[in-house]
Design a protein. Structure first.
Length: 361
C-alpha cells in the first residue's frame, strides 16, 4: 500500500487514523455484527453515533443551545436554494460575491426573490475580499450571504462583514473546523463536508433557532424545510448515515489533536511554508492579495501554461497529486486541509524548489 500526498480541493484527504479505524470496524461495528452501512438509522447503535457526532461538533465549535445542528444531504449546492426558500420572508437578500460558489448561490436566490449583489471581487478575478465594513445592506434584507473561504480562488474573509444587524449566512465548506469560530456572529453556518470533514454526501447546517419557522416560500418541498429536519433531529428520513459516522470520527480526531485552536495553529504553520516559498520564488507566484490568503486553498502559477502543465505532470509522478488548478482558472492549487500532514507541504515545497532550479530561464 502506498498513499500519495493528495492536494485535492474536494473530495479531499482524510486523516489516515480515521480511515484505519473505519476499516477495522467495517465488518463488525462494536459487536453489532454488521457494518454501519448496513445498520438501521433507528437502531440504538446508530442513535449513539449521530448523537455523539452532534455533541462533539457542538463542543468543538462551542455552539450555543439556541442553534440547531442539522446533518442533511444534497451537498452545499442544495443549500443555495434551501436558504432563500426558508429565510426569504421579505423576499429580499444581499449577497457578497467573492467567487463562483457565492455567485451560484446568488444566481439561485434570484429565482426566489430579490437578491442584491452588494459587493463583488469579480473585477480582479476574485483575487481579493472586498471591504465589507460599510456596505449598502438593504433595509428589508432577510439575510446577508457570504462564502467565507473561496475554494477555487484561495481567498478567505479575515473579518466578517458588517451586516448592520441582518443575519449572516455563511458557506464554510472549505474552511469548516480549520480554526475557531464565534457561532453567535452567524444566523446560519453551513458546509458540505467533503472538503475538510468527511465523505461527500453530507452537508452540515448550524442554524439559529429563531430562523427555523413554518413560514417558508410557497411550494417549498418538505425535504427542503429546515423545520422538518430540526423537529426530527436530522432523522426525518434516512440520513447519509455512513457519512455522518465518518464525520463523527473526524470530530474526535480533531478533539484529540487539541480542538480548533490547535488546528488553526497547525494550519497556519503549514500554509506559511508554502506562502513563504511562493513569496521568494522566481518561478512560482501566488495569485491572491496577501491579506486575503486562505489557509486551506493555495493557488499559484508560473505564468506559463506549458510550464504549469509540466509541473503538474512531474508532481503527479512524484506522488503529489491533484495540484491542477480549477478548470476555470488554470495554474495550480494546493488544498492543504486539516488532514494534510505538514510533511506533505514541506516535501511539496522541496519538490517545487527542485523544479524551479531545473526550469530557470
Ligand atoms: C465545493 C463547494 C461547494 C459545492 O459543494 P457541493 O457539495 O458539491 O454542492 C459550495 N461551496 C463551496 C465553498 C465549496 O467549496
Amino acid at each position: 500500500m502506498s498513499r500519495v500526498y493528495n492536494f485535492s480541493a474536494g473530495p479531499a484527504v482524510l486523516p489516515e487514523e480515521v480511515l484505519r479505524e473505519a476499516a477495522d470496524e467495517m465488518l463488525d461495528y462494536k459487536g453489532t455484527g454488521m457494518s454501519v452501512m448496513e445498520m438501521s438509522h433507528r437502531s440504538k447503535a446508530y442513535e449513539t453515533i449521530i448523537k455523539e457526532a452532534e455533541a462533539d461538533l457542538r463542543e468543538l465549535m462551542n455552539i450555543p443551545d439556541n442553534y440547531k445542528v442539522l446533518f442533511l444531504q444534497g451537498g452545499a449546492s442544495q443549500q443555495f436554494a434551501m436558504i432563500p426558500m426558508n429565510l426569504m420572508k421579505n423576499k429580499v437578500a444581499d449577497y457578497i460575491v467573492t467567487g463562483q460558489w457565492a455567485k451560484k448561490a446568488y444566481q439561485e436566490a434570484c429565482i426566489y426573490g430579490k437578491a442584491n449583489k452588494i459587493a463583488s471581487s469579480e473585477d480582479k478575478t476574485f483575487s481579493y475580499i472586498p471591504d465589507c465594513s460599510d456596505l449598502p445592506v438593504s433595509e428589508d434584507a432577510d439575510y446577508v450571504y457570504i462564502c467565507e473561504n473561496n475554494t477555487i480562488y484561495g481567498t478567505k474573509y479575515k473579518t466578517l462583514p458588517n451586516t448592520k444587524g441582518k443575519p449572516l449566512v455563511s458557506d464554510v465548506s472549505s474552511c469548516f473546523l480549520s480554526e475557531p469560530v464565534d457561532v453567535t456572529k452567524y444566523g446560519v453556518i453551513y458546509g458540505g463536508v467533503q472538503k475538510n470533514i468527511g465523505p461527500a454526501g453530507v452537508v452540515i447546517v448550524i442554524i439559529r433557532e429563531d430562523l427555523i419557522t413554518e413560514d417558508v416560500l410557497p411550494g417549498t418541498p418538505t425535504m427542503l424545510k429546515y423545520k422538518i429536519h430540526a423537529d426530527n433531529d436530522s432523522l426525518y428520513n434516512t440520513p447519509p448515515a455512513y457519512g455522518i459516522y465518518i464525520c463523527g470520527k473526524v470530530f474526535k480526531w480533531i478533539k484529540a489533536k487539541g480542538g480548533l485552536a490547535a488546528m488553526k495553529e497547525y494550519n497556519e504553520r503549514k500554509a506559511k511554508i508554502l506562502y513563504d516559498y511562493l513569496d521568494e520564488s522566481r518561478l512560482f507566484k501566488g495569485t491572491v492579495r496577501k491579506e486575503d490568503r486562505s489557509l486551506m486553498n493555495v493557488p499559484f502559477v508560473t505564468g506559463d501554461e506549458e510550464l504549469d502543465a509540466k509541473f503538474v505532470k512531474e508532481a503527479t509522478a512524484a506522488g503529489f497529486v491533484n495540484l491542477k488548478g480549477h478548470r476555470t482558472v488554470g495554474g495550480m492549487r494546493a488544498s492543504i486541509y486539516n488532514a494534510m500532514p505538514i510533511e506533505g507541504v514541506e516535501k511539496l515545497v522541496e519538490f517545487m524548489k527542485e523544479f524551479e532550479k531545473q526550469n530557470e530561464k
